[in-house]
Design a protein around this ligand. Structure first.
Ligand SMILES: Nc1ncnc2c1ncn2[C@@H]1O[C@H](COP(=O)(O)OP(=O)(O)OP(=O)(O)O)[C@@H](O)[C@H]1O
Length: 632
């Protein structure tokens, strides 16, 4: 458990360590102190100016292609964290095993701030490169780590508060890392827990790939926690341990090095279990575990294979559009073919990027590039060089060979300007000129090059209102918004129940014979889904992962945050007005109450439903009771 340390003690620790060259002696956690020592031994200067150089979107795209499988595997969890990240002004990031940031999503404001200290795709945050930081230090220590404010080695990173956990495969090899980062001034108390939970889900899916043709033992001290994400999983082949999850190794006190080497008999005192059903196993020193054994056939019929696995592999779904949207897309694709720019307007998660890609697919430019630029995520000082390219030696830190720029990368295809409403004013002027003149002059001079691309812009902001208030240039608005396609929020869609049914089918709910009960469907369709399609798909994926193949999903099976209200008749807040964001503690209390209520006061069952241990639920209930009585 991490100690809570005050800003004062971190300040004193920094003075001792960086100015006096003394050990920080109990003023920061051992994790941080050890990391500072490693960084100093590497000769890193904590006051160095950090400049990761211009963002190379083309290189980032190439990397995402290289790590496509990892990106796909982690996407559902990133999307599930996204809504929270937006609400707490933070961002969720995925990195490659070496700490190279592959993907980032979340609060547009914070993406921008983070990018200013190079916390953005395309930059490596390994410890030897970027000093003590959650990504690099978690990769070094091979466990979840939180690094807040001035605990970062480099002074420039003190504005950040980051929580990260490496993603391990069944043999303990690091395959990637998930990170949730926000402002140091806002302490997101649940960040580390949320990252850990997300990584648990990803590792679980990774491990499932190792099961076919092998013997699996699931174990926990408490039989009630078998089948939850907290269970230990051991995979054996010919009595040898060939894969495991970290929970199992922790329970048995075994290191990852043992996986692939040790035999069943060196792990347990009891004989290897036979048959099905829960049985007791004695581990090292006679510790008792409740265990369940499964032998997974090497080749199963498709439906059987799904039911043998405890959770569903991620399924990438094709975009789903209703008839009206299909018609609208077809019409706008024709406009795009006539080089009329299209503006997509819609709340976050409503599918603007999906619609843009669909327009590209339906357009005459379908075989040419689709270049997406997130105008809110590009740091202002780099945006010009990124978009327009630069000549060799155009500025300090420029690559010797220069760069072509994203606008030229889009030549012949479609340029997608996402979050156009957040484009800095100076750049609006420069972009307008390109759109008028259809040619690009790289930074540092040189000949102008003609370009030919169709433009799709998107924003969750009301860009027309921004024009009225003078925040956005009117002339640029009229150029990019010659036609506007609005993506309605889910709560305004009359046929939301049909949409949910379609999505459920597309995600594999029917294949697994896990129908949604009519009341469940009705309840889900009545929620307001502020995160729109992103939130809905994330929630349905969670339901699929938690459900049991062959069983109907009833309203009681819904996770606490989607439960219908009971006892008090109060609904969980489903429709959040601007500024009406409930505190995390309030949501937690609501969730705990709803879970206890749904389980008729059975704390073990409620904890299972919430995905936390019984002791954690007791502790939280205790803290809650203390707070309530102290406040009354
Ligand atoms: N019509 C659709 N069919 C299936 N999935 C969809 C559809 N629309 C959106 N999604 C899914 O919802 C998620 C969010 O979509 P998308 O990124 O296009 O939204 P957005 O409006 O661009 O969001 P933001 O403004 O936050 O960037 C993605 O996972 C996407 O695959």
């Amino acid at each position: 458990m991490r100690r809570t340390l005050s800003t004062d003690s971190i300040r004193s620790a920094r003075r001792r360590f960086f100015e006096a060259g003394l050990p920080p002696r109990g003023l920061v956690s051992d994790t941080i102190a050890q990391s500072w020592n490693r960084c100093r031994a590497l000769g890193l200067a904590s006051d160095a100016r950090l400049d990761a150089g211009p963002l190379e979107q083309a290189a980032v795209r190439a990397l995402r292609e290289r790590y496509e499988e990892l990106c796909r595997l982690c996407r559902p969890e990133m999307e599930a964290l996204y809504t929270d990240a937006q609400a707490t002004g933070s961002v969720v990031m995925l990195t490659a095993p070496d700490g190279l940031i592959l993907d980032a999503m979340g609060s547009a404001d914070f993406l921008d701030k983070a990018a200013r200290v190079s916390l953005r795709p395309g930059v490596t945050w390994s410890e030897d490169h970027t000093g003590t930081n959650a990504i690099g230090t978690a990769l070094h220590d091979k466990r979840a780590v939180e690094v807040r404010g001035a605990e970062h080695y480099f002074g420039a990173h003190r504005v950040l508060s980051c929580s990260a956990s490496p993603i391990l495969d069944g043999r303990g090899r690091i395959v990637g890392l998930l990170d949730l980062s926000g402002e140091a001034s806002v302490h997101h108390v649940h960040a580390l827990g949320m990252v850990r939970f997300a990584v648990d889900q990803i590792e679980r899916r990774l491990l499932e790939r190792e099961l076919a043709g092998r013997e699996v033992i699931r174990l926990h001290a408490d039989a009630a926690l078998l089948g939850t994400h907290r269970e230990g999983v051991l995979v054996f082949e010919d009595h040898h341990l060939v894969a495991a999850n970290r929970y199992a190794l922790d329970m048995l006190g075994v290191d990852w090095d043992e996986v692939g080497r040790c035999r069943y008999s060196s792990l347990f005192e009891s004989a290897q279990p036979r048959g099905r059903g829960v049985q007791e196993l004695r581990g090292p020193g006679g510790i008792a575990f409740q265990a369940q054994r499964d032998v997974i056939p090497a080749r199963l019929p498709r439906t059987a294979r799904r039911s043998a696995a405890p959770s569903t592999p991620t399924k990438r779904i094709a975009p789903l559009f209703d008839d009206a949207m299909r018609d609208a897309l077809q019409r706008h694709a024709r406009l795009l073919d006539a080089d009329i720019p299209v503006l997509l307007q819609g709340e976050t998660g409503s599918g603007k990027e999906v619609a843009a890609r669909e327009l590209h697919r339906r357009s005459r430019r379908a075989d040419a590039p689709f270049v997406a630029i997130n105008c809110a995520a590009l740091p202002e000082n780099l945006i010009e060089s990124e978009l327009f390219g630069y000549r060799p030696g155009a500025f300090t830190g420029a690559r010797r060979e220069g760069a072509t720029g994203l606008l030229r990368d889009a030549d012949g295809g479609v340029l997608f300007l996402d979050e156009i409403g957040d484009m800095p004013a100076a750049l609006q002027t420069r972009l307008l000129r390109v759109l008028q003149e259809r040619e690009i002059t790289p930074l540092g001079g040189g000949r102008a090059t003609p370009v030919d691309f169709a433009v799709i812009a998107a924003s969750h902001r009301d860009v027309a209102a921004d024009v009225e208030s003078g925040r956005f240039r009117a002339d640029l608005y009229y150029r990019i918004a010659q036609t506007t396609l609005c993506l309605p929020p889910l709560r305004e869609q009359a046929d939301l129940a049909d949409r949910i049914t379609q999505l459920w089918r597309a995600l594999g709910g029917d294949d697994q014979n896990m129908p949604l009960a009519p009341q469940t469907l009705q309840h889900l369709a009545a929620l307001s889904w502020p995160g729109n399609m992103r939130q809905l798909i994330g929630a349905l994926r969670t339901l699929l992962a938690l459900g049991t193949p062959g069983q109907t999903i009833t309203p009681e099976d819904l996770p606490a945050n989607l439960q219908p209200a009971r006892e008090t008749g109060r609904a969980m807040p489903t429709r959040l007005a601007d500024g009406d964001v409930p505190a995390m503690e309030q949501l937690q209390r609501e969730a705990m109450r709803a879970a206890l209520d749904a389980c008729h006061g059975n704390v073990s069952a409620a904890a299972r439903r919430l995905g936390i241990s019984r002791s954690t639920l007791y502790r939280k209930l205790g803290a809650d009771a203390t707070r309530t009585s102290a406040g009354s």
